[in-house]
Design a protein around this ligand. Structure first.
Ligand code: NAD
Ligand code: UGA
Length: 516
């Protein structure tokens, strides 16, 4: 008895919008030939980029997916994926509107640096209220504080045209950058939250139908609206908590001779813990983990739960400590002075397979090294120069000095010429001298493994293999050794280097969570 969604509008053409582009997701799914998706944004530039071959974001397989939607006409299919700046028209025509705009941390006013900035969501909601001429399902896709739907409902009720009604659903996005297409094709789960009313449950069923065309039914979970809103924040905070836990342990490893990769491996084999998100690093980055922890902590504080707020904030504190510890280690190894020293920074993106540099650990590390007097040579395969400069300039204490000391290069080899040290900040495959890490054998808590665990040899896991052949397209470390200054330091912020091999070439490798 629930309504059938035919026209979808997605407000906000950023990373999350990529969810709406896949051939098997609503836009062009063969099982959904009648569903049309229009992705809208206020930014003309972003929309133009989505219509070109130079997409606004770098994401593996995304261009192929967008192209397959563009090929619809050629292949005699009805085109069903559109990009536009005409927000009003797309809202008017849609029966379901996804709000996928940014919700960064506030930079002004009360709650600055702590609370989520909801003005973009609110502007989108007000726009919907203003232009909608018939009933709509509105879906919160952006990550929002718990009970946001209630505030949005008030705004809609106070501003909508007479006789028009809205149902608000929560359908948080769980994609990770660098694996967006994979995540959306085979999601772990789809969460749909609604009010427990006839209208709410019916709207949820309409959305379930869309996802059910490519996601197994038992992975589509419906629940109460507030649980769904909170589950999104909770998941990101728990993921960040795992990284901070392992990073806090890495500090203990560095002074005791324990190796964090082995500690992580040992813990991850416990099926209750599991191996993912336990990789020690220079610190987590990205636009969401830190902001979502701040948001959850702020919510706790607003609810007069200061101990809860402190607990979550400590995860960000450990992350700041980890980044700072890494910078200090570099300066200490280089005899407490970087004057007249050149440091190559390999990778600026917050993780591999994305060009996104928001909150990347590279930002504070470069600023720290510049203020210690170093000259910095940056290379990243995908991060746009203008975004690197934007992040550095907006955090630098001295922009003139920044431009005197920092240069961006087009290859890792160029960046390393004359360097006293190489710092690996992003785990791009091209920097690694290990063969591709193998996934850990699955240890499923519900079905006992066929092979007893004792027969799973450690090398089957994510500890490095002993392969020695150089891999095409990767940094040639033997060549780097001929262009660097001695002693040749590598600070490996991602443990992508097999130090035994490079130390044999004369490098000194300082990894995270390994005694130097
Ligand atoms: P983004 O900054 O890449 O894109 C947001 C877009 O919304 C921008 O292009 C902006 O111009 C547009 N916009 C803002 N206000 C608008 C308005 N009123 N009308 C039309 N367009 C408007 O953001 P993102 O990374 O895609 O994240 C969006 C939301 O999804 C955030 O709440 C984020 O926390 C959440 N999220 C992000 C990811 C991720 O991997 N990036 C994953 C899961 C959830
Ligand atoms: C994260 C979540 O993983 C997604 O599920 C969520 O949808 C998304 O936030 C969001 O809400 O935006 P993302 O930030 O894109 O995704 O990437 P992650 O893979 O979570 O990595 C975050 C940071 O942690 C990166 O800097 C990464 O290098 C670092 N990391 C990750 C580690 O240091 N160790 C690990 O073991 C894993």
């Amino acid at each position: 008895s629930h309504s059938v969604i035919k026209k979808i509008c997605c407000i906000g053409a950023g990373y999350v919008a990529s969810t709406f582009t896949s051939p098997t997701s609503p836009p062009s799914c063969p099982k959904n030939p009648d569903v049309e998706v229009t992705i809208v944004d206020l930014s003309e530039r972003r929309i133009q980029a989505w219509q070109s071959d130079d997409l606004p974001i770098h994401e593996p397989d995304l261009l192929e997916v967008v192209q397959s939607a563009r090929d619809a006409i050629i292949e005699g299919r009805k085109p069903n994926l559109f990009f536009s700046t005409n927000v009003d028209q797309a809202i008017k025509e849609a029966d379901c509107i996804f709000v996928s705009v940014n919700t960064p941390t506030k930079t002004i006013g009360r709650g600055q640096g702590r609370q989520s900035e909801m003005s973009y969501v609110e502007a989108a909601i007000r726009k919907i209220a203003e232009v909608a001429e018939d009933d709509k399902i509105i879906v919160e896709k952006s990550t929002v504080p718990v009970r946001t739907a209630e505030r949005m409902r008030e705004i809609l009720a106070a501003n909508c045209r007479p006789g028009v009604s809205f149902e608000i659903l929560s359908n948080p996005e769980f994609l990770a950058e660098g694996t967006a297409i994979k995540n959306l094709l085979t999601p772990d789960r789809i969460i749909i939250g609604s009010l427990n009313t006839a209208a709410g449950l019916s709207a949820a069923e309409s959305l379930v139908d869309i996802y059910a065309t490519w996601v197994p039914r038992n992975r589509i979970i419906t629940m109460n609206l507030w649980s769904s809103e909170l589950a999104k924040l909770a998941a990101n905070c728990i993921l960040a908590q795992r990284i901070s836990s392992i990073n806090a342990l890495s500090a203990i490893c560095e002074v005791t001779g324990a190796d964090i990769a082995e500690v992580s491996y040992a813990c991850g084999l416990d099926s209750r813990i599991g191996p993912k998100m336990l990789g020690a690093s220079v610190g987590f980055g990205g636009s969401c983990l830190k902001k979502d922890i701040l948001s959850l902590a702020y919510i706790a504080e607003s609810l007069h739960l200061p101990q809860v707020a402190d607990y979550w904030r400590s995860i960000n504190d450990i992350n700041e400590y980890q980044k700072d510890r890494f910078s200090r280690r570099i300066v200490e190894c280089l005899h407490h002075s970087l004057t007249n020293k050149r440091i190559a920074i390999l990778g600026f993106a917050f993780k591999k397979d994305t060009g996104d540099v928001r909150e990347s650990a590279a930002i504070s590390i470069v600023n720290d090294l510049v203020s210690e007097g170093g000259s910095i040579a940056i290379y990243d395969p995908k991060a746009p120069d203008e975004n690197i400069w934007y992040e550095l300039e907006s955090t630098s204490p001295d922009i003139k000095l920044l431009h005197e000391r920092v240069t961006i290069y087009r290859s890792a080899h160029e960046a390393c010429v004359g360097a006293h040290a190489v710092v690996i900040v992003t785990e791009w495959d091209e920097f690694s001298n290990k063969t591709k890490a193998k996934p850990l054998p699955a240890v499923d808590a519900t079905t006992p493994p066929r092979t007893p665990l004792a027969t799973v040899a450690p090398q089957e896991g994510y500890i490095e293999s002993k392969e020695t052949k150089p891999v095409a397209g990767r940094v040639d470390w033997a060549h780097v050794a001929t262009v660097m200054r001695k002693p040749m330091y590598i600070f490996d912020g991602r443990n992508v280097i097999d130090e035994v091999k490079l130390e044999a070439m004369g490098f000194r490798v300082e990894g995270i969570g390994k005694a130097g």
